[in-house]
Design a protein around this ligand. Structure first.
Ligand SMILES: [Zn+2]
Length: 484
């Protein structure tokens, strides 16, 4: 914020100094003072929500023909996304997230045109600056196993020869590893307080080991973060177990990838030994609850994360439960699924807020002084209205933050400040005209959508189901199999 101090009053403050009760919070770019206040504002304040894993697609996948289904089928349908202006695509996504109370975002970029990745990154950087959120831009690096996990022969053999040839030609036309790493360098040059590039080897099944080793070496030497999908599905775990008989996680450790600079998305199929090693190395996980349900992946083992001390945050992965980027409903789903059943107390409310507001932030930005509302911390602040949430609560009968976990949605967001700048005011983003941007994006998508060969898509899907159903991904050829 250019100069000036903003002062806000709230009836309660989460993750700030002193006991409960009303507060008056003053801030410029950073929080300058937290003092007792008069109360009665009908507002509560907390650090900005953090989305530790997302893709920043303004067009929702279910709306362009990639309906919710098993991840391995759904990913192939992502090619149905119309190619639109990369600025609008990102701006709509980031603005919707801001309106949902998210101020800090991991953006795992899915390139629309890999040959124009750098230009797409520039568009995302401009969108982040215009809207005012902090975006960690994860530069996609991929090329291994483009069709199936493991040898695709059985998959291709199940297709008509012309369709198989077309698929092979399509994946042969990808930028080389060298070109991708060069593009990453150019994107790292775009770094700013609003745009923090990171490496994103998209997943171990999609990146050659020597490229992962190169990324690990550069991450350490240049102090750059790495964000990678890992063990999102049981199928991926099965492929990894077949390909790395000594264990994928110990293998990644040997090549130097496991470090405090690493954040892993999903981790649904991590076991206790994996978690213990990741925790020892200081890596973190983004728990993407709704995505894991919608894409039929499973439920992340947060209890094991807690038992082993593995740090974790919350991610929307572009797949909020109601497909509406509502981070507060996502928080509730995460809470209800992971707090523990019966007398089993796995995650307390305090521990949940720490994960979502502080650890998640670290998973996105690396070590920093945010995630609390204390003097000197960045003024990344979320203000929620309590009128709807508390309207029927008898005086003194419920804690406001417990009620947030029970009832809050993005409809209750009053304001979001990032670095002191009002990114959302009275529930609306300030940096762009979001309804106009959404309308323009949809118009462009309708104009540019191309016909889908539904017969070919159905054949490929059936061939994929047969491939994985028969366990072809568990028969990694010798050249793929690594020594333990
Ligand atoms: Zn993802």
């Amino acid at each position: 914020m250019a100069g000036g101090v903003t002062t806000l009053e709230c009836d309660a403050l989460l993750r700030g100094p002193g006991a409960g009760g009303p507060k008056r919070v003053s801030f410029g770019e950073k929080v300058t003072a937290v003092e007792p206040g008069p109360g009665g504002s009908g507002l509560v304040m907390m650090p900005a929500l953090c989305n530790a894993h997302d893709h920043g697609r303004g067009l929702r996948s279910a709306a362009f023909g990639a309906g919710d289904d098993t991840l391995e089928l759904w990913i192939a349908r992502l090619e149905f996304e119309p190619k639109v202006d990369p600025y609008l695509r990102a701006a709509v996504a980031l603005a919707r997230m801001a309106q949902s109370g998210i101020g800090v975002i991991n953006h795992c970029h899915n390139a629309q045109d890999p040959a124009r990745l750098v230009q797409e990154a520039e568009a995302v950087a401009k969108a982040a600056r215009d809207i005012g959120v902090r975006v960690a831009f994860a530069v996609p690096i991929a090329g291994r196993n483009p069709l199936t996990y493991g040898d695709p022969a059985a998959f291709l053999d199940a297709l008509p020869p012309a369709q198989a040839e077309a698929l092979k030609a399509k994946v042969a036309n990808r930028p080389s590893w060298d070109r991708q790493l060069e593009d990453a360098e150019r994107i790292f040059d775009l770094a700013s307080p609003w745009f923090l590039p990171q490496y994103c080897p998209t997943g171990p099944q999609w990146v050659d080991d020597d490229v992962l080793a190169t990324i690990a070496e550069r991450s350490e030497r240049l102090d750059r973060r790495v964000h990678m999908h890992l063990f999102e599905t049981e199928t991926q775990r099965q492929w990894a177990d077949a390909t790395y008989p000594g264990g994928l996680i110990p293998h990644l450790d040997r090549i130097g990838l496991l470090s405090p600079r690493l954040t892993l998305a999903h981790g649904v199929y991590l076991d206790a030994d994996d978690c213990a090693l990741l925790a020892e190395r200081g890596a973190m996980v983004s728990v993407n609850t709704s995505s894991n349900l919608r894409l039929r992946s499973g439920i992340a083992p947060v209890k094991t994360f807690m038992d082993t001390g593995l740090g974790w945050g919350m991610g929307l992965d572009g797949m909020a439960f109601d497909d509406d980027e509502d981070a507060l409903r996502e928080l509730r789903l995460l809470w209800q699924l992971q707090r523990g059943f019966g007398l089993d107390r796995i995650v307390s409310p305090d521990r949940l807020w720490q994960a979502v507001l502080s650890d998640g932030r670290r998973a996105i930005l690396g070590p920093n002084d945010g995630g609390t509302v204390t003097p000197g911390a960045p003024a990344d602040l979320l203000v929620l209205k309590t009128g709807r949430i508390l309207h029927d609560v008898l005086p003194g009968r419920a804690d406001v933050f417990d009620m947030l976990l029970t009832r809050a949605t993005k409809a209750d967001v009053e304001a979001l400040y990032v670095g002191g700048r009002a990114v959302v005011e009275h529930g609306h983003v300030t940096g762009i005209d979001l309804p106009a941007a959404e309308a323009a994006l949809l118009d462009e998508a309708r104009a540019k959508m191309t016909d889908i060969d539904t017969d070919a898509a159905a054949r490929a899907e059936a061939a994929r189901i047969a491939y994985y159903g028969a366990g072809c991904h568990c028969h990694a050829p010798d050249r793929e199999r690594q020594e333990a």
